[in-house]
Design a binder for this molecule. Structure first.
Ligand code: HEM
Ligand SMILES: N[C@@H](CC(=O)c1ccccc1NC=O)C(=O)O
Length: 274
């Protein structure tokens, strides 16, 4: 195909340009290092890019939850497959961040004050959407009422796993009533009854193909979430070692404990009984 000779011909008057459509003047004015260290730009860019990817994850997972609630599982699968690719982007960011040495990071760390990833509203919303409901985390946002309101809303919504269990029930599987009607603001507690339902699904995938695929997509989601957590832990370990975190936690020991938190417990325990 021949290129247009007139570079303006593709753009009708008043229509968007690359820069205006993507709001690049604003986007590229948002990187404002506080120190004069070389590496701070990388630190800012990785975090901003991660927040953008998290925005997309929330968009896709919220829509996937709605699709599951409406028994449109194929639609949900498309979105969950995309989230898996986005999670790979997030996981890949640790490789780039690991090029910051402890000395380089120490030189800028003082400027971060008490700020921390602990204060990422989108990250907490993602944890809630996945089912790790911890109301105490909302207190972190005491001086940001608009973020607190978003998190209260996320806490009150059923998680993607709550909707998956309702879908199991609609398909005729005997999900215990107290699991279906649970207070969704509370942490999810594993149940033998739910494990038995998944066991039925895994014992006859061809009969319950959609639910089987849903289970495997959820396992995939949790798997990648854990890889992100582990990459974070190992990055933190090599950059600040066992220093306390700026967010007030013990740092590495805190991040190690978080890895023990499981989103969809019965999907893991059922594997031992297959
Ligand atoms: C040199 C790089 C990094 C270091 C040293 C670091 C360190 C830490 C530490 C120590 C914590 C525990 C909370 C605290 O006391 O501060 C934490 C939490 C957190 N960080 Fe980072 N982090 C780094 C990069 C990142 C990046 C790139 C992201 C991506 C957005 C991120 C997101 C988070 C989140 C979401 C939490 C809360 C985790 C939870 O509560 O489960 N961190 N980080
Ligand atoms: N918690 C980190 C600081 C940190 O990593 C951070 C600071 C401000 C904005 C994002 C951050 N990233 C993840 O926690 C530390 O203790 O060094």
């Amino acid at each position: 195909m021949e290129m247009r000779a007139d570079p303006n011909a593709a753009t009708p008057p008043g229509g968007p340009t690359y820069a205006s459509y993507l709001r690049l003047d604003e986007l590229l004015a948002c990187q404002t290092p506080l120190s004069d260290t070389h590496d701070e730009l990388l630190f800012i860019v990785i975090h901003q890019a991660s927040e953008l990817w998290m925005k997309l994850c929330l968009h896709e997972l919220t829509a996937a939850r709605t699709a599951i609630a409406e028994d449109r599982l194929d639609t949900a699968f498309k979105m969950m497959a995309r989230v898996a690719r986005v999670q790979q982007q997030l996981i890949g960011s640790w490789e780039t961040l690991a090029t910051i040495t402890p000395a380089d990071y120490s030189a800028m760390r003082g400027k971060l004050g008490a700020s921390s990833g602990f204060q990422s509203q989108q990250y907490r919303a993602m944890e809630f959407l996945m089912g790790n409901k911890n109301a105490a985390m909302i207190a972190v946002f005491d001086d940001a009422p608009h973020l607190q309101a978003l998190l209260r809303d996320a806490l009150a919504q059923p998680s993607i796993y709550d909707e998956a269990l309702r879908a199991l029930s609609r398909a005729g599987l005997p999900v215990p009533e107290d699991q279906l009607n649970r207070d969704v603001t509370q942490p999810y507690v594993a149940s033998a009854g739910v494990e038995a339902c998944w066991r039925t699904v895994y014992a006859a995938p061809e009969r319950y193909w959609n639910l089987y695929e849903l289970a495997e997509k959820l396992v995939d989601l949790e798997y990648r979430f854990q890889l992100w957590r582990f990459g974070h832990l190992k990055t933190v370990e090599r950059v600040i070692g066992f220093k306390r975190g700026t967010g007030g936690t013990a740092g590495v020991p805190y991040l190690a404990r978080v890895i023990d938190q499981v989103f969809f417990p019965e999907l893991l325990t059922v594997r031992a009984v297959l």
